[in-house]
Design a binder for this molecule. Structure first.
Ligand code: 13P
Length: 256
């Protein structure tokens, strides 16, 4: 299976800055068969960047999208509108769940809207610090995974990507709050087993599971060498082109 290195820029960079960054990334990366490099800029930058991008090297993702195709949904952008502009879209990011109160119902409808519009959904899952403390991690993840995928048909289920991002490990500067690779490994094995029990082994082994949460050049190798991890969802470090490139290079080394 391919490895995916996805940079989530969140609400950063002007359109001009996004374009300059992409230019640098295009110059410094070459196409590599087993690695898919994806960047997720702000919605406003997607269309101009889609004209600049070389899809053999880098793909675009949206950070979120509405489940409806068109209509009276002020401020929203639909998968139908994003079709042809992006190849991927992130759904269920913890910031969308917790800061913008996106519900499971919103997320599952949007995941199936993405598939309907030929966009690969990257479904994010993750427990909060409190849920972890109370031993609820697996219950939370089971619920987020199964409900997030519940509107996807069995023929389409192989088109999804899962990203495990423990909320407590996102954007931390403290080494103590980084997720230990052994813990990530346990969770990812749990997710793989859940996919196997629900969809069968063949489909389960074809679904990429990414890890995200304070990934940096210094720890990317440790997460990428976890057997069941098929890539990384990078926030802060993806804002610095040199760091993101270092992470891509690490993925290439691990892969070869
Ligand atoms: P950080 O890498 O900044 O922790 O962000 C992770 C994330 O939320 C990516 O979607």
């Amino acid at each position: 299976m391919k490895s995916y290195i996805v940079g989530n820029w969140k609400m950063n960079f002007s359109v001009g800055e996004s374009s300059v960054y992409l230019h640098k990334l295009l110059q410094k990366t070459r196409a590599f068969r087993d690695i898919e490099v994806v960047v997720a800029p702000s919605t406003i930058a997607l269309q101009p960047l889609s004209l600049q991008i070389d899809r053999k090297k880098i793909r675009l993702a949206a950070q979120s999208a509405n489940a409806h195709d068109f209509g009276a949904y002020t401020g929203e952008v639909s998968c139908t509108q994003l079709r042809g502009i992006v190849d991927y879209c992130i759904f269920g990011h913890s910031e969308r769940r917790h800061l913008f109160h996106e519900t499971t119902k919103d997320i599952r409808a949007a995941v199936s809207a993405a598939i309907r519009n030929q966009i690969t959904p990257i479904l994010c899952l993750g427990e909060t610090a409190t849920e972890r403390t109370f031993g609820e991690t697996y219950d939370v993840l089971r619920d987020q995974l199964l409900s997030g995928l519940s509107e996807v048909s069995s023929e389409d289920i192989h088109k999804v990507i899962i990203a495990y991002e423990p909320v407590w490990a996102i954007s931390t500067t403290s080494e103590a709050h980084l997720a230990a690779p052994d813990d990530v490994s346990e969770v990812v094995q749990f997710l793989r087993q859940l996919l196997t029990d629900t969809y069968g082994k063949k489909i389960a082994t074809s679904i990429p599971i990414l890890y995200g949460g304070s990934v940096r050049p210094s720890n990317a190798g440790a997460y990428l060498t976890i057997p069941e991890v098929n890539g990384l969802l990078v926030g802060g470090a993806s804002l610095i082109a040199d760091q993101f490139i270092e992470i891509i290079e690490t993925a290439k080394r691990v892969k070869s």
